[in-house]
Design a protein around this ligand. Sequence first.
Ligand SMILES: [Zn+2]
Length: 104
Amino acid sequence: MRPESISLKQRRELVIRWSDGQEMRYSAGLLRRECPCAHCLERKQAPAEPLPVLQPQEAAPVEITGVQPVGNYAYNICFSDGHTTGIYTLEYLRRLGRQEPPPG
Ligand SMILES: [Zn+2]
């Protein structure tokens, strides 16, 4: 399965149209939360810290600042909080897209 088109809606939402005709939408928040990089996975698995304090850049709504293809199997997505190490494979994006309610 391949993306036929990929676009950003005002940096808040990524829209991918797949080769099977399905259109999937990904909010910036979802992509940031589900970032598959080693750093984020480690952070998710770590026990929650008591009374975490939000940094100002974490409290602001996150935006997508860039999407770069990686080879022909993945995209590197950059966020407004400065995070740029997430590599989202096409397979992972398909899986993530199915977690969102279908459009319309
Ligand atoms: Zn990450």
